[in-house]
Design a protein around this ligand. Structure first.
Ligand SMILES: *[C@@H]1O[C@H](CO)[C@@H](O)[C@H](O)[C@H]1NC(C)=O
Ligand SMILES: *[C@@H]1O[C@H](CO)[C@@H](O)[C@H](O)[C@H]1NC(C)=O
Ligand SMILES: *[C@@H]1O[C@H](CO)[C@@H](O)[C@H](O)[C@H]1NC(C)=O
Length: 487
């Protein structure tokens, strides 16, 4: 039995290694972008608690489809300014991973619309339409909640007399539909000014206010105050300013209670405020989608999926890559050959992780898909006494250890396990006899990793066992290892 002394070189190597761990890349959107960048800390306040509809892009900066979407998404943001929030979450940031997981993000980019539902619980829906500015704008506009009352000759009297003291505003229009602009104004003034629209056909109501042209906006400040006819531009900021004489619009997002939020969030808040009060640049009767239709072609692939990890279906190949006494660390995902939902989730998490490391040109041990219902490759699965529908293990033939992943198969959970292995942390088990075979001398092993630059060194896992272990793991000592050792 060996004992291990604390080796200063190893300690230094470990520190250097720590600093080489993945760090998130800068986000895709600049501060000056019309797209609001939100994160785990302000998502609830800016998106969930808003009375306005939002579209949120969950992305990773390394993802090509996310980069391709950027111009269309920024264009959509410009078009929706003042009408809805257009936001993005960088799922590559550690602090946002939990949020992205919670929102069910499985590939990049993922677009979701969020709008207020009953009892303050937001309604979240996937956007799977074309990845064009027009497609996004049209879908979001459709999801803007409508608080505009349609008033007719029949109910004009009751409309005017209820809550007499509350301010009201009426848009007289010759259109049968309610514009996104008016809907967004009604949302800004929820519980402050009650917004209605009356069609030109409603003769009695039109005559009551002496309406001669359309559209005409009339403000009834409440009580016995005189009504005021708006004569400015039909743009959001000017209209909001006009209506504000009867009551301030709700601040959106609600002011931060400084709870758990950093100063840095102030910026997005300010930007957000600016965006929601700014004119959409559209007339009141259209949603300004005219300029969005022509230029961008629809993208075929709806969601970018990282290239799948390679599958091994032959025992000889598995032995050659991972299960011989010269093999370095391999990560094996045992899944049924007909992938279920869990298998897809696990494989996607690993594929994204591999893509992320490849993108950063960081070498990482190879990941393989292995079928646990394949006669040939399932023997390892049985030898390791694995039984789950989906199991992920790491195995090192040279050193004779394996590690068992326990947890859900979300990207962030799998990633922290992989990071622990890179740091040589966590519970190792001794590989049972018969699994690892003598390496066969043959031509140089082919590279199985995705793109690796020539200059990048191979696996940098520390050579010795973690000093705290003090001894070679034995099956007895490690099998029932305490959970808290795992990350
Ligand atoms: C936002 O709302 C959705 C839907 O109710 C919920 O699943 C999610 O956890 C909320 N996010 C935050 C950060 O509160
Ligand atoms: C509210 O009531 C007052 C007094 O009865 C009346 O003069 C005023 O016109 C009413 N306002 C509206 C908007 O109906
Ligand atoms: C949402 O609307 C309510 C009134 O229904 C208002 O009190 C609240 O301030 C609004 N919230 C935001 C964030 O605008």
């Amino acid at each position: 039995m060996h004992t291990f002394n604390l080796n200063p070189a190893t300690a230094i190597a470990a520190v250097a290694f720590l600093s080489a761990l993945p760090t998130a890349q800068a986000g895709l959107y600049l501060k000056s972008s019309p797209v609001t960048q939100v994160d785990a800390k302000n998502f609830d306040r800016i998106i969930n608690k808003s009375n306005h509809t939002s579209v949120v892009e969950f992305y990773a900066p390394w993802c090509g489809h996310c980069q391709n979407l950027k111009p269309a998404y920024e264009k959509a943001a410009k078009n929706l300014e003042g009408l809805a929030h257009v936001a993005a979450v960088n799922c590559d940031e550690d602090e946002n991973k939990q949020l992205c997981g919670m929102m069910g993000v499985k590939g990049f980019p993922t677009l979701k619309t969020v709008r207020p539902g009953k009892k303050g619980k937001p309604i979240v829906e996937d956007y799977n339409g074309p990845r064009t500015a027009k497609g996004i704008v049209d879908a979001v506009v459709e999801k803007i909640n409508n608080h505009v009352k349609r008033v007719t000759d029949k109910d004009i009297d009751s409309f005017l007399s209820t809550n007499n003291d509350t301010a009201k505003a009426i848009l007289f229009t010759d259109k049968g539909t309610t514009s996104a602009l008016l809907k967004s104004i009604a949302i800004d003034f929820l519980d402050v000014i009650s917004i209605a629209q009356i069609r030109d056909k409603e003769t009695k109501a039109n005559e009551l206010f002496g309406i001669k042209s359309y559209p005409t906006l009339v403000l009834l400040p409440g009580g016995d105050k005189e009504s005021v006819v708006y004569d400015g531009e039909l743009k959001k900021d000017a209209m909001v300013k006009f209506l504000s004489q009867a009551g301030e619009p709700n601040p959106d997002p609600a002011p931060s209670k400084a709870k758990g939020e950093k100063k840095g969030d102030k910026k997005s808040e300010k930007k957000d405020k600016k965006a929601s009060s700014k004119s959409s640049g559209s007339s009141s009767e259209t949603t300004s989608t005219e300029s969005t239709d022509s230029t961008d072609a629809p993208t075929e692939k709806p969601v970018e999926v990282a290239p799948p990890i390679p599958a091994i279906t032959e025992a000889a190949k598995l032995t050659k890559e991972c299960l011989n006494n010269k093999a370095h660390t391999c990560v094996l995902a045992f899944v049924p050959s007909a992938h279920g939902e869990t298998a897809e989730k696990a494989l996607t998490s690993l594929a994204e992780l591999a893509a992320k490391h490849a993108h950063a040109q960081r070498h990482l041990f190879p990941f393989f898909e292995v079928h646990n219902d394949n006669e040939v490759t399932s023997s390892v699965f049985k030898s390791l006494e694995l039984s789950g529908e989906v199991e992920i293990i790491a195995i090192n033939g040279k050193r004779g250890w394996w590690r068992h992943y326990e947890g859900d198969f979300t990207p962030e959970s799998v990633e922290s396990w992989i990071d622990a292995i890179r740091l040589s942390e966590g519970t190792k088990k001794k590989v049972p006899a018969g699994v690892i075979t003598e390496a066969v001398e043959e031509k140089p092993a082919e590279t199985v990793e995705v793109k690796v630059e020539e200059s990048v060194k191979v696996e940098v896992e520390p050579e010795s066992e973690s000093p705290s272990k003090g001894a070679e793991p034995t099956p007895e000592a490690t099998k029932e290892a305490p959970k808290h050792e795992e990350l």
